[in-house]
Design a protein around this ligand. Structure first.
Ligand SMILES: Nc1ncnc2c1ncn2[C@@H]1O[C@H](COP(=O)(O)OP(=O)(O)OP(=O)(O)O)[C@@H](O)[C@H]1O
Ligand SMILES: [Mg+2]
Length: 333
């Protein structure tokens, strides 16, 4: 079985050769069980995914992963550029399981896996990541399902963003195609020469700017409007409210942050555009098309569209990387 997982700073996206799909926030928290003892009576609110992992060395871990973990005081997500091995493994294993990967029985069948790395880290970390994942083996169960063994017979590590353009297909013509993969903390960008079909090395890379900038601006606006800082674990809920109409709730009253929200989108788009365009410089004049991918293209696409020539939103932008990785697994056999 073939699986591809895009473990992003914000969201983990997984797809399988048989059409399975999963997407959840890249956040985990220790699972403390039904602490109130009321689950049987009233159920529990957003349980999300309960992931149990048993490693070869008998280590056993129980975690909440995704939406439910966000609400925990003990939630941890990716903070810096590095993705700690434990959290990365946990999110990867949960993604693989949720798209149907892993097998039961005495002689479990290993999977073929494709994952990605931001362009900026591809060269320095690609080989080590591949070797680490080839050694990974664990028994996984999600949401109380059957325990399945997950291990990999083949691991392909690919540079983020590069596959998106090939999955999308390049247009005929002259000049360059630009690609922006706008994520939570990073935006990967590349330029592909339409005549040779090859990326231009000096015009490809990653900048540390993405959708999280919107949250920063909104948090400042919240502080100004309410006189209190916005606790980080409330931010996703507030952003969801604002996306639906610019209003949220604060201590029993409606809080209109629509202007601040629109400003936040514009400022985030401006920061990303400025950083990418400062690398592309004069090459920008020969852009035939700019492809927008990644979840951030849904949030910031409109604001970015006016800042790049001939912007085109790729199909299925959130899963674009994961689908491209899966395709690469087929192509490189
Ligand atoms: N349907 C949607 N509508 C609006 N915004 C969306 C939608 N889906 C995702 N997003 C935005 O995209 C962001 C996540 O994008 P994505 O999953 O590409 O990031 P990531 O890959 O986890 O991050 P990175 O590439 O930095 O590692 C979310 O924080 C959200 O702001
Ligand atoms: Mg991403």
């Amino acid at each position: 079985m073939r699986v591809a997982v895009d473990v992003g700073y914000g969201f983990t996206k997984a797809v399988s050769g048989s059409g399975g799909r999963a997407c959840f926030p890249s956040v985990a928290a220790p699972h403390r069980g039904d602490v109130l003892g009321v689950a049987e009576v009233v159920g529990i609110g957003r349980v999300g995914h309960r992931v149990s992992v048993r490693y070869l060395d008998a280590r056993r871990e129980e975690h909440l992963v995704g939406e439910a973990a966000r609400e925990s005081f003990l939630a941890s997500g990716f903070l810096g550029a590095e993705k700690p091995e434990n959290l990365h493994n946990l999110l990867l294993l949960a993604g693989v399981y949720l798209v149907g990967g892993g097998s039961t029985g005495q002689f479990p069948e290993p999977l073929e896996l494709a994952v990605g790395l931001p362009l900026a880290f591809y060269r320095s970390q690609g080989k080590a990541l591949r070797e680490r994942l080839l050694r990974l083996k664990a028994w996984v169960s999600v949401d109380g399902g059957e325990e399945r063994c997950v291990s990999f017979s083949r691991v392909l590590v690919l540079p983020q963003g590069v596959g998106v353009v090939f999955h999308q297909g390049l247009p005929e013509g002259r000049g360059y195609a630009g690609v922006l993969d706008i994520g939570e903390y990073t935006t990967d960008y590349l330029l592909v020469d339409l005549e040779t079909g090859k990326p231009l090395a000096e015009a490809c890379g990653s900048v540390q700017a993405g959708c999280h900038l919107v949250g920063h601006v909104v948090s400042v606006a919240w502080l100004q409007a309410t006189g209190e800082p916005l606790p980080p674990r409330l931010l996703p809920g507030v952003l969801k409210d604002l996306a639906e109409g610019g209003r949220t709730v604060f201590r029993g009253r409606e809080l209109d942050l629509s202007l601040a929200y629109r400003t936040a989108l514009e400022q985030a788009a401006e920061t990303i555009a400025r950083q990418v365009l400062s690398v592309w410089k004069d090459l920008t004049s020969r852009l035939a098309v700019t492809y927008l991918a990644g979840g951030g293209s849904l949030l910031l696409g409109d604001a970015l569209a006016g800042r790049f020539p001939n912007p085109v939103l790729v199909s299925d932008p959130v899963f674009a990387n994961a689908l491209a990785y899966l395709e690469a697994l087929d192509g490189s056999r």
